[in-house]
Design a protein around this ligand. Sequence first.
Ligand code: NAD
Ligand code: UFG
Length: 331
Amino acid sequence: MKILVSGGCGYIGSHTVVDLLKENYEVVIVDNLINSKREVLDNIKKITNKEVTFYKVDLCDKEKLKEVFEKESIDAVIHFAGLKAVGESVEKPLMYYENNLISTINLLDLMREFNVKKIVFSSSATVYGNPDSLPIYEDFPLSTTNPYGTTKLMIENILKDLYKSDNSFDITILRYFNPIGAHKSGLLGEDPNGIPNNLMPYIVRVATGKFPILNIFGDDYKTVDGTGVRDYIHVCDLSYGHVLALKNKKTGLKIYNLGTGKGTSVLELVKKFESVNGVKVNYQIAPRRDGDIDACYASNEKAVKELGFKPKYTIEDMCRDSYNFVKMNTN
Ligand code: NAD
Ligand code: UFG
């Protein structure tokens, strides 16, 4: 089976490509490398000893994307490509709407034209806004607080409408919670440019001395120790969720949370990181960050039951692998 992986050079996409190759799928990556590097392809090869076909194509360029569909006989699509920085999306909303929506519409229209009916889409827990209760179930009300999140919700709605118009489509929407960690080889991981928005890349940079101190955004939330609680999931557990989604016998339009179901506070994560890696992470308490919520964690019951999703990595593994990746890739 040949899988087109859009955004396959990125953080989650590259780990998923490794899993797909291990399971003997053929992989065609389409990525414009706007937030990733070509070297990722060599590292995928080092890990798997297998080749992927790569097209440096922007999904917003429909003619170029069409050439990929003409050359390759695609059976299914996993759609990771998109811009994902929340703060940047507030500053440059049009860039986010254009990139994330046009790319998806082009992709879906070509899938329709070439009779490729199976797609797995990367959505996000951000579509739940500020939930009324926890854990979060898939049928909770949806709302967003920033343009990035709105693109995810709009794409979910586009997929639902597409399915209504043609129920031969087989669509899986995966709502990710907070992926961290890296491939155990240290060859794949998350390496954001500039100042990272997210917690783990920031912790790692403080631990390696690149940044002097971590700002913990708020210690007066209604949580175990006042700091924000999130559902961190190892990227390798998350990536395998995509293989399970492809293998799922259930057809139609399906939505699954991919999280561990466990919440961890910022302070708990920092302390775990220090003890697992034997390093100090300097931190100070800073004001709350706009738009942040107290706590967010998944019910993953549906994914466990219907997909056989079984996250196996611990918070300790996530802390160790995140640090290992950055240590191996510094300089
Ligand atoms: P990433 O930025 O590492 O990977 C995305 C990839 O898509 C990059 O390689 C980038 O170059 C490519 N890309 C972007 N726009 C493109 C375009 N128009 N044409 C071709 N390629 C394009 O991000 P990631 O963390 O791997 O996230 C993958 C997906 O999962 C994204 O859609 C993201 O919104 C979603 N998601 C991520 C998180 C997270 O915390 N990482 C959480 C929830 C959802
Ligand atoms: N935090 C800090 N200091 C930092 C960065 C983050 O204290 O320097 C705190 C935040 O306040 C929050 C927690 O760490 O309590 C996690 O923050 P992240 O930015 O790592 O993650 P978010 O939960 O805010 O958001 C992430 C992605 C979103 C996605 C969401 C759910 O950025 O795109 O997870 O998947 F929608």
